[in-house]
Ligand binder design. Structure first.
Ligand SMILES: [Zn+2]
Length: 152
């Protein structure tokens, strides 16, 4: 009789299938009560697993769950895109046609008005940037709050 007990791995392999087993291993199991109990435990576990119903995937999921699985496309705001493109073309064409007259007109203006027309678009850009940062931070805070509520 082989005195060394079989390893857990050997016992699991034997319980899975007795096809490739050596007679030496089976001799040990039949002679050693410790290894026999472990072997029978593994066999009953295997049987229980085989009797479990197969996991299936139901393709008829509700739409809201399907929408969660499929990544959503970011909607393109066509109207805004067309308006911005047309506006850009209009500004470029008018700058080519009336550019020189516009510069001549601008130079004739008093200095205060020149600064005013220079500062106007700059302040508009600054205000828009600040508003964008505020909205971005609000969105981030909402995401952080949501993830916090998931964690608790
Ligand atoms: Zn043993």
């Amino acid at each position: 009789m082989n005195i060394a007990h079989l390893t857990e791995e050997q016992l699991q392999t034997l319980a899975d299938s007795t096809d490739g087993t050596t007679s030496l291993e089976m001799d040990h199991i039949s002679a050693c009560p410790i290894c026999r109990i472990k072997f029978e435990n593994y066999q009953s576990i295997n049987l229980a697993i085989q009797e479990l119903p197969m996991a299936t995937f139901d393709p008829d999921l509700p739409d809201d769950i399907v929408n969660m699985l499929i990544p959503q496309k970011i909607p393109i705001h066509w109207a805004a895109l067309v308006a911005a493109t047309l506006g850009g073309i209009l500004v470029t064409v008018s700058a080519v046609i009336y550019g020189k007259q516009f510069i001549a007109l601008f130079i004739q203006l008093p200095i205060i008005l020149r600064y005013f027309f220079g500062i106007l678009p700059l302040s508009f850009i600054c205000i828009q940037t600040v508003l964008f940062v505020i909205r971005y931070r609000q969105k981030l805070n909402m995401i952080i709050k949501k993830t916090d509520s998931f964690a608790t």
